[in-house]
Each structure stands twice: as C-alpha cells, then as structure tokens.
Ligand binder design. Structure first.
Ligand code: ATP
Length: 237
C-alpha cells in the first residue's frame, strides 16, 4: 500500500526565528517532486521537520490518513517515511550488510533476507561488497548504502536530501535510476538537490522555496521552460 504525503500550513522556527512560513504541498504515490531553493531558503528545515528531527511550530504532516506531526523520527520512519540524509553518512565500523540490516524494520529472518535481496538487486555493487567495512567505500557507494537503508525499510515515501553532492556524474546517473525505480514501484519521492537541472530532469513536479516561503508549486517543465522563475528565487535569497 502506498499513500500520499500531505503538508498543511507548516511553520517551523529555529533558534527563535521563523524559517518556514505556512507552506502546504503534497507528494502523490509514485511521484518524484523536487524541492529547490537557494542556500538558506529552508529546504533542510522542511526535510528535518517532515522527518521529525526538528519540531514544527504549527501545521500538519500526514501520510495517507495518519498524522505524523509531533512523532519521533523513529516513529515517523516506522510509519513509512524514509530519509536519506545529506552527506551519504554510513556506520563506518559496520559492514555494508550490517549497515543495511540496522535499517530493516521487520525483524523476521525472511523479511531481512528479502530486504537485502531487494537492495542488492537495485545496487549489485553493494552485493559484491557486502562484507566490506562501510568506511572503505567510495562516496558513491556510501550513498548507495544510505539509499539502500531507505529501500530496506519498504517506505511509502522517501526524502532524499542532496542526491548528487560531491559525486561523479556516472554515479549520479545510477542513483537517479534507483529513484526512478522507487517511483515506478509507487514510492513518493521528495528530492532536495542543488543541481536544478538534474532535479528537474528527474521530477515531474517541482517546488521552489524562497526565504521559507513556497513561491512555486507546479510542473517541473514550467521551471525548465521559464528559468527566470528559478533565477529570481535564487537571487532573492
Ligand atoms: N540550527 C539552526 N539554528 C538556527 N537557525 C538555523 C539552523 N539551521 C538553519 N538555520 C536557519 O534556517 C534558515 C533555513 O536554513 P536551511 O538549512 O533549512 O536552508 P537550506 O535551503 O537547506 O539551505 P542549505 O542548502 O544551505 O542547507 C536559514 O536562515 C538558516 O540560517
């Protein structure tokens, strides 16, 4: 079962200052949505609020009929929202396989095996390195592990904070294919990406944040065809 995520009138304050102002949007099952904006526009704050890592001031986040607002990050994950955090962080002392298994939600041996098989099918390069210590992986392989940790939890909704940061184009293409696969299987994806072109190529739906306000919410094709909308938001910051 896959469900839409709905954000209603979300307001977030950090350090006593309002950084997200009353934003509303939705991501449907199987849809890739890009969230764009200049440095400091509020992308990470939005993502962290959705994942429960920082509190919300007001507003509501729902996955299907369930309200996620106010739940802990772990509860939100168990409800079906997987976050791939910025910086392809892994548990360096653990093997690739143990990194994946710590993220599995269903403890049964059958489910864990099926989860690993699913991740290794998406990223065969991780299967070859399953016993390798994660700290020895390349940046791209670490990002595969981070994405694998999301996939193994069988989420309804995936948030990817900076897919391509610091990674080579060939690796980014592989990761982009994995996101498309996720969407084709009904997972809703919210992609935060500094390279607008990549994000707009991947996503059919896009949003632009400017100083904590949503200034565009619509087809990504419109942003591709009217780059001044995006330039305006980046310059205004
Ligand atoms: N820990 C914090 N405490 C107080 N204010 C913060 C904190 N982190 C971020 N901010 C402020 O919140 C606002 C939004 O920042 P945020 O990091 O969400 O933007 P962003 O679009 O993700 O930018 P970047 O791409 O640089 O990460 C900025 O004004 C920033 O200074």
């Amino acid at each position: 079962m896959t469900r839409s995520i709905t954000v209603q009138n979300l307001t977030v304050a950090r350090g006593g200052k309002r950084v997200i102002h009353d934003i509303s949007f939705g991501v449907a099952p199987g849809q890739i949505s890009a969230l764009l904006g200049a440095n400091g526009a509020g992308k990470s704050s939005t993502v962290m609020a959705l994942a429960g890592a920082i509190p919300t001031d007001s507003g509501k986040v729902r996955l299907g009929d369930e309200t996620l607002t106010g739940l802990s990050p772990d509860r939100i994950r168990r409800h079906g929202v997987a976050l791939v955090p910025e910086g392809h962080r892994v548990l360096g002392q653990l093997s690739v396989e143990d990194n994946l298994l710590v993220a599995a939600l269903d403890p049964s041996a059958t489910a864990r095996r099926a989860g690993l098989d699913r991740v290794y099918e998406i990223f065969p390069e991780l299967a070859e390195r399953r016993r390798q210590q994660a700290s020895d992986l390349s940046g791209g392989q670490k990002q595969m592990v981070a994405m694998g940790q999301a996939f193994i939890a069988r989420p309804d909704f995936m948030i990817v904070d900076e897919l391509s940061l610091g990674l080579a184009p060939t690796v980014v293409r592989r990761l982009a294919e994995a996101l498309k696969l996720a969407a084709s299987q009904g997972i809703g994806v919210l992609l935060i990406e500094q390279f607008a072109k990549l994000a707009l190529d991947l996503a059919r739906h896009a949003m632009v944040l400017e100083r904590g306000r949503l200034v565009y919410d619509g087809p990504s094709a419109t942003l591709r065809e009217n780059p001044e909308i995006l330039h305006g938001a980046y310059l205004a910051q």
